[in-house]
Design a protein around this ligand. Structure first.
Ligand code: SF4
Ligand code: SF4
Ligand code: SF4
Ligand code: FES
Length: 898
């Protein structure tokens, strides 16, 4: 780790001067000489170097001549120092590099024609460039290929022992799943312990391998690189918004590659703070849903009990006629719409415009309602900003991170890499507070296991500890003495000992965490599913903001309270106004000035202020018969929400259910009409990631069958309903949004948001604050069922969409089993595969169990992606009174041997 002083924000790097090829160059003292050379624009050969991890110095390609040294030096491992005189070109260096290539080629099979790296191979390039002909002493290794991994094949005959795969996995990802092992006289890369590869299957090792030693199982032997169309786009799985290359051949998606590759190995390592360009398993290997045979390729219309393939024109006529009839007979409030946050910004904008200006109803919602809106509302209420304030760079450079209620390596793996970098490079203190043994907890300086559902109480304890230890920022609190007094009074009843007893977080850990957070110069809070998708999510975010306020962390550079978004465009859904409470730009739907502006822009009268139903209310009104027609785009409430929400009853009562989706989902099976939508790979648009970065989604292939982009279908529907929309492309919609929300499309750069807390603290704060600390009074644990059942995301899946990707199902199939802590299993005398009876207040079911070390004692876990068996139906639902967010991911259960 010795070569990174220039990337440490705490150390002012000393500027030095050195000479490269006769030109004076200014650099930072101590960084890799290779980095300095590449910063001048000169790219010299390098086969084992990658700027994202420490130099390894094995390939012998980056040789340069240093005045005063007889032999050439390896520029990657050499540190730049003042006064160095360096030469990078010359016949001597060319010959020395040529020898290195010969050495590598002499133990490398010349099987380029059948190698997947052919045409994308650094060794091949170097052999051409150096005119290598002398392979007299070549010998073959004859190592059998290791094909045991579900996604990667290891062909060690081709390996040049550069260690890039090992280093990226160990250093950048901190997973450390690979190692060198001397076998058959050769140093080979093997999965740890020479067992079958067991890792996160991100494929970053594949990306950086400069030769064809690691191969992608999905695309092996299929095509050569030049035969494929390569489209740069944004991943459609989570809110990290990773950039990827979708490589297609006609209507077939062949593979996904990443900006991280041996091809982009040079750069300033401070850049890695913005992202190393890699992908996670979902992004790299989860693409098969796109051209899946299960896609709906033609419109379906219900005829009797059947959904029958019907031409677009006939289907649209039926849909429009029935929507129009319902509107005519029962008014616009008999119609509602739901949309997924996997749609683009342009589509989310169009959706709310269609509902409001086309149907004239404000009954609309998106999947941001499942939790993100708790964060948005709290942050807007307190700070005036409706998204996370910090970007990836802030995260990387943080000195203290409190990660509460977030299994970040599973939900947002690439944001997790930023925290790993904060730990590894910037020595950040990371406190992970969770009710599971998460992967991040294993890397954190302060892992804290708490009892499920006690996150709110933990925050009370942190606020109280901050006050008790006088870790207060005087400037921030003195400005608002009334508010500060009210906060102190609100937590007066909180006892750290009691918090410790109820949560499992010791008094010492509470105090340590408060101290670490308050004393660090750059402190970040990250809260996710364990806060925003749980009861009191809104209030708990406000309490985290209290903590940040009294420690002076609001509005300070590199500090703030943040969240994660699980779907790719939850932030965009809120920003585009796909919620009854918001117009685009998060303007309040009831704000008269905003209403006038949009009414004028759309040339309509908007639905009445104060009108509008959110997800939970929409379903209720469907059940009550008030809403008679529902337009569902990409959402699948029947498979997502627990039985207690009576979704089936709500949908059955409808006179018209129109589902627009790439797949025939459970909800779609109940529809009167199914409109085939295409995936994000078949359309243009943008997503807004969790940093607020607007990222391009690009069409990589033609829509499959007769499927169409959602924006296209909505435009047709709107026009048939009498609107006069002239959008011919996503760009046309973008142009309209640009006019209405100037500055939103700051492509590639997150817009800076500045929290303003003064108005909040001086307006009603004192009256509000007591309630939120009362809200988390500990629940009486007596008479409770003994286990907490948690449902949540696992790394290999995202919602239900990933279950349509066979590659991901191969890695992580639905076992149908309840995951339990091995100790609990032992106590209950149940073994792997034993059937148990799982009972909650909502019902009971039988299923088998499996041990899982990451599940804490007294809890059990079932992945939310699967409904066989329908564990979700054991959940109760609590709806947040302020934000309308339904929480249904946790309940108490009994587990007995069946
Ligand atoms: S796939 Fe990812 S986690 Fe697995 S060995 Fe490669 S780099 Fe490591
Ligand atoms: S497998 Fe590839 S990346 Fe790993 S050491 Fe061998 S050549 Fe280098
Ligand atoms: S981290 Fe999220 S956005 Fe990035 S590749 Fe994985 S699923 Fe896609
Ligand atoms: S030895 Fe420097 S790049 Fe390989």
């Amino acid at each position: 780790m010795g070569l990174k002083p220039a990337t440490n924000p705490d150390v002012e790097a000393v500027a030095i001067e050195l000479s490269i090829d006769g030109k004076s160059v200014t650099a930072k003292d101590g960084v890799s000489l290779y980095d300095v050379i590449s910063s001048t624009g000169k790219i010299i050969p390098a086969m084992c170097y990658h700027y994202t991890f420490d130099p390894f110095g094995s390939c012998g390609m980056c040789l340069v001549s240093q005045e005063g040294k007889k032999a050439p030096v390896r520029s990657c491992t050499a540190k730049a120092t003042a006064g160095m005189i360096i030469r990078t070109e010359g016949d001597d260096l060319f010959q020395a590099r040529k020898k290195a290539v010969e050495k590598h080629l002499s133990v490398h099979p010349l099987d380029c024609p059948v190698c997947d790296a052919d045409g994308h191979c650094e060794l091949q390039d170097m052999a051409f460039r150096h005119g290598v002909t002398n392979l007299a002493n070549a010998k073959q290794k004859f190592i059998p290929e290791d094909t045991r991994s579900p996604v990667l094949d290891f062909n060690m005959n081709r390996c040049i022992a550069c260690a890039e795969c090992i280093n990226v996995c160990k250093d950048v990802l901190m997973i450390d799943a690979l190692q060198f092992m001397k076998k058959g006289g050769f140093n080979q890369v093997v999965p740890k312990g020479d067992l079958a590869l067991s890792c996160e299957f991100c494929g970053d090792c594949l990306a950086v391998c400069p030769v064809g030693a690691i191969t992608n199982k999905f695309s092996k032997y299929l095509y050569k690189p030049w035969q494929m169309k390569k489209t740069t786009t944004t991943c459609n799985y989570c809110g990290d918004g990773c950039q990827m290359y979708l490589e297609t051949k006609d209507a077939e998606v062949v593979r996904v590659t990443s900006p991280l590759s041996w091809k982009n190995k040079w750069g300033d390592r401070a850049d890695t703070a913005k992202g190393h360009g890699g992908l996670c398993v979902r992004g790299r290997f989860g693409f098969e849903y796109i051209d899946s045979a299960a896609r709906v390729k033609q419109p379906l219309l219900r005829k009797g009990n059947q959904l029958v393939e019907t031409p677009w024109l006939e289907t649209m006529h039926q849909v429009v006629d029935r929507f129009s009839e319902i509107r005519r007979k029962h008014g616009p409030d008999a119609i509602a719409g739901l949309i997924t946050a996997r749609c683009t910004n342009e589509e989310l904008y169009l959706f709310q415009k269609l509902m409001r200006a086309g149907f004239r109803t404000n009954h609309l919602d998106s999947s941001a309602r499942y939790g993100h809106l708790n964060f948005v509302h709290a942050s807007r209420h307190a700070l005036g900003i409706g998204r996370s304030p910090n970007d990836w760079e802030d995260l990387t450079k943080a000195k203290a991170v409190i990660l509460i209620g977030s299994n970040i390596t599973e939900t947002n793996p690439l944001t997790a890499v930023r925290i790993k970098e904060a730990i590894r490079v910037y020595n950040a203190q990371v406190v992970v507070i969770d009710s599971a043994f998460t992967n991040m907890a294993k890397l954190a300086s302060h892992p804290v296991l708490i009892k499920p559902g006690t996150e709110g109480l933990v925050i009370d304890g942190l606020v109280k500890a901050t006050l008790e230890l006088d870790l207060i920022d005087q400037d921030s609190t003195q400005k608002h003495p009334q508010a500060f007094k009210a906060l102190k009074a609100a937590v007066a009843h909180v006892s750290l000992e009691q918090v410790a007893a109820h949560t499992g977080m010791s008094v010492e850990a509470l105090k340590d965490t408060a101290t670490i957070f308050a004393e660090a110069p750059r402190s970040i809070i990250l809260c996710a599913e364990g806060i925003v998708r749980q009861p009191d999510g809104y209030q708990n975010v406000l309490k985290l903001i209290d903590l940040a306020w009294i420690t002076g962390k609001l509005g300070q550079p590199g500090c703030g309270v943040n969240t994660l978004t699980e779907e790719p465009n939850e932030q965009g859904a809120v920003d585009m106004g796909a919620a009854p409470e918001f117009l685009p730009g998060q303007a309040s739907f009831n704000d008269q000035v905003a209403r006038d502006r949009f009414a004028k822009a759309w040339d309509v009268t908007l639905p009445a202020a104060g009108s509008g139903a959110n997800l939970v209310e929409i379903l209720k009104r469907c059940r009550d018969g008030q809403i008679r027609a529902l337009y569902v785009i990409g959402e699948n409430p029947l498979a997502t929400l627990p039985a207690s929400m009576e979704v089936r009853a709500a949908l059955e009562r409808l006179e018209l259910l129109v589902v627009q989706d790439p797949f025939l989902t459970d909800t779609a099976r109940m529809a009167h009409a199914v409109l085939p939508a295409c995936t994000s790979a078949e359309k243009d648009g943008t997503f807004t990631n969790l940093e607020g970065r607007v990222l391009r989604v690009r069409e990589a292939m033609d829509p499959l069958g007769e499927s169409l982009p959602d924006w296209h279908i909505m435009t047709a529907l709107a026009n048939a309903l009498g609107c006069q929309w002239e959008y011919e492309s996503s760009n046309d919609i973008q142009a309209e949004i640009m006019k209405l929300l100037p500055g939103y499309y700051n492509l590639g750069q997150p817009r800076k948001v500045v929290p303003t807390v003064d108005r909040y603290l001086s307006n009603g704060y004192a009256a509000d604050v007591a309630a939120r600390y009362r809200a988390s009074a500990p629940i009486d644990s007596k008479n409770q069922r003994p286990f907490a059942l948690l449902m949540g995301q696992i790394l290999y899946h995202s919602g239900k969409m990933s279950t349509e990707a066979p590659g991901l199902i191969k890695i992580a199939p639905n076992t149908g089993r309840l995951r339990m802590n091995p100790q609990d299993m032992e106590r209950l005398a149940v073994g792997e595969g034993t059937t148990v009876r799982l009972t909650s207040d909502r019902g009971s079911m039988q299923l088998a169990v499996q041990p899982d070390q990451s599940v804490a004692p007294q809890t059990c876990f079932f992945p939310e992606h699967f409904n066989e068996p329908p564990v979700k139906d054991l959940m109760s639902v609590q709806v947040d009174p302020t934000t309308g967010v339904p929480s249904f991911k946790q309940t108490r259960v009994t587990i007995e041997k069946a």
